[in-house]
Each structure stands twice: as C-alpha cells, then as structure tokens.
Design a protein around this ligand. Structure first.
Ligand code: S3P
Length: 166
C-alpha cells in the first residue's frame, strides 16, 4: 500500500509522515526533497527565485511520475501537488490512499510563524487566497480527511491507521 499525505503548507505532512512510516515500518518519501535534488539548487526558495514556480511545478510532476511504481511507502507531498492533478494520479497508481490533513488557516499561521522556507507563505494575504483556492481540491482528491487542529501528532497517526485498516 501507498499512503499519500496531502494538505496545505504547515498541515503536518512531514511530521505525521515520519511517525506513520516508522510505525508501519515503511519508508517515507519526501517529494520536496526529491524536487530539490533534481533542481540542483540549495533550497526551495532558491528554485522559486531563480527558476520560477513554473519550473518547480515541472520538477514536481517529474518526481510524481517517477514515484508511479513505488509501493509500501508513505509519501509526504508538497502543498501544491493539487494544482496538477496528474501528480496525484501518478501517486495513486496501484493502491494509493490519499489522506488530506485538514487544518484551519489560523492554525497554519501559528505553526509557520517562525519559518521562512516557504516562498508561497511570505505574503499572508496571498497565502490565504491560495488556501481558499485549494481547500476544495484537497477534499475532492482525498480518500480520507483527518482534521488536525488541536490534536497531537500521535492522535492524528492513530486516526489515519484506523481509517486505512478498518
Ligand atoms: C508549496 C508547498 C511546499 C513546497 C513549495 C510549494 C505549495 O511544501 O512544495 O514551497 O505550493 O503549497 P510544504 O507543503 O511541505 O510546505
């Protein structure tokens, strides 16, 4: 099985992915890391600044395509994968289950307060517009939705396990 975590920046995809993968004895694949490797840049900010978002999205699609045949993994996606549905189609191939980590914008603002590694979160108003644009897509593309506000990671992981293995 493939477990695919989607959700907005700061939803906890990486944190939850790590715990879940360890518990299920699966590997964790971080799409952002693979995109970064492909880009030959040092940071995601650098890709956006020097190559542009469009290039970032192209690399993200390539990475998605290369993950078509992986199995028994947890995949932590970048928050923007829903902008190119083809990526989720690739990832879902085989037995991919998509889990949407649903988090309120207020909670995301709190969680990302001290970070600067997200080019699309530099301007909070623009980020809110993106959030509003994408929320429907996350819901539409997911097999399961897990709310994350006011829950600790262990509880969220338990909820995911229940959903998937019931
Ligand atoms: C993005 C989210 C980031 C990263 C890039 C673009 C987005 O990943 O892929 O900065 O468009 O929402 P996280 O969701 O892990 O922050």
């Amino acid at each position: 099985m493939k477990i695919i975590l989607i959700g907005f920046m700061g939803a906890g995809k990486t944190t939850i992915g790590k715990i879940l993968a360890k518990k299920l004895k699966m590997d964790l694949i971080e799409m952002d890391e693979l995109v970064l490797k492909k880009s030959k840049r040092k940071t995601i900010n650098e890709i956006f600044a020097l190559d542009g978002e469009r290039r970032f999205r192209e690399l993200e699609i390539e990475v998605g395509r290369e993950l078509k045949n992986v199995d028994e993994v947890v995949i932590s996606t970048g928050g923007g994968v829903v902008m190119n549905k083809i990526i989720l189609d690739y990832l879902k191939e085989g037995n991919g289950q998509i889990i949407f980590l649903k988090t309120s914008f207020a909670e995301i603002v709190k969680r990302l307060k001290n970070t600067s590694d997200r080019p699309l979160f530099k301007d909070k108003n623009k980020a809110k517009k993106l959030f509003d644009l994408r929320r429907r897509l996350y819901e539409e593309y997911s097999d399961y939705i897990v709310e994350t506000d006011n829950k600790n990671p262990q509880l969220i992981v338990k909820e995911i396990e229940k959903l998937i293995f019931l």
